[in-house]
Structures are given as structure tokens and as C-alpha cells.
Design a protein. Structure first.
Length: 163
């Protein structure tokens, strides 16, 4: 029988996630939860908040105030805040196996692509353009990316060259 890793235990719903170290974001949000007087703020805003007469009912006042504060604390635009809320909501910390498989397949491809850019930017210092005009800079970028692919595949290429 193969020994289980922590990742395998987390995949099988063993609940290892509850033992994780809290992030700075978690600590910040817990602190704000403790010190912000949510009910007092809502009482002040309540008379001015829309009642939802004749249309879709509005989002709850306290939820809307919290979202507004999150936007300011983390400097998020409306769309970015909405995406962050959907990302962190990811079903009370539970991800079903189908979603986990999709994320694995996407991350494999994403890692291959981003690794090339990491080599070009970090290892070779290609962070600024050198020439004026799109054509010259595009040619330089394509050449650099081709060279990065050769660099990343050097082990496989050397195996083909050596007998």
C-alpha cells in the first residue's frame, strides 16, 4: 500500500485544510470583524438604503456595507470585488472532485506557459522593451521566447544529441 501524502489526505476529504496557517488576509478580516461596529453602521445607513419596492429586492444592507469596505481595504474595482467574492465563497472550503480535476488540468498548462515567461523576465532580465516600434520589439520578443523554449527543453534536446 502506498503511503498517503498530505495532499492526498486533503483530496479525500480528510479535513487537513482546517489545520492550515491563517493568512494575513484572514487575520486582517478577523480583526476588522471584531472592531467594526456593523450593526451601528447599518442602523445609520438603514433609512437611506433602498427598500426594493417594484423590482428586484436589494442585497442585504450589512452584506453591501461589508462588500463596500472590502473594495476599499483591498483596492478592488467592482468587477474585481465580485470575482474575489466568487473565488472565496470556492462552497465553504469544499471543492468537488470534478472541479479539482479541471483545476489540475488548467494548472498544468498554465505552469508550462508561465514558466517560459518567468525565465525570460527573471533569468534574462527581459522586463522592458529596447526598441521603438512594435515590429522590432515583437521580433525581439519572439526570438527571446523561442530561445527560452530551447533553454527549457535543453535536457530533452541533449538526450537526442548524445548517443
Amino acid at each position: 500500500m502506498k503511503q498517503k501524502t498530505l495532499a492526498m489526505a486533503a483530496d479525500q476529504g480528510a479535513g487537513f485544510e482546517r489545520y492550515r496557517k491563517p493568512t494575513r488576509r484572514d487575520e486582517f478580516l478577523q480583526t476588522m470583524e471584531a472592531i467594526v461596529p456593523w450593526s451601528a453602521l447599518c442602523a445609520v445607513i438603514e433609512p437611506h438604503y433602498p427598500k426594493g419596492v417594484g423590482g428586484r429586492p436589494p442585497i442585504g444592507l450589512q452584506r453591501m456595507v461589508r462588500i463596500h469596505f472590502l473594495q476599499h481595504w483591498f483596492n478592488l474595482a467592482d468587477v474585481a470585488c465580485e470575482e474575489a467574492l466568487y473565488d472565496s465563497a470556492n462552497h465553504r472550503g469544499e471543492v468537488d472532485e470534478a472541479m479539482r480535476a479541471k483545476n489540475r488540468s488548467k494548472s498544468r498548462i498554465r505552469a508550462r506557459v508561465e514558466h517560459v515567461f518567468g525565465v525570460v523576465k527573471r533569468l534574462w532580465g527581459f522586463s522592458k522593451v529596447r526598441y521603438r516600434g512594435l515590429a522590432k520589439n515583437a521580433t525581439r520578443a519572439f526570438t527571446t521566447l523561442a530561445l527560452a523554449n530551447i533553454y527549457l527543453g535543453r535536457r530533452q534536446l541533449m538526450a537526442q544529441v548524445r548517443p
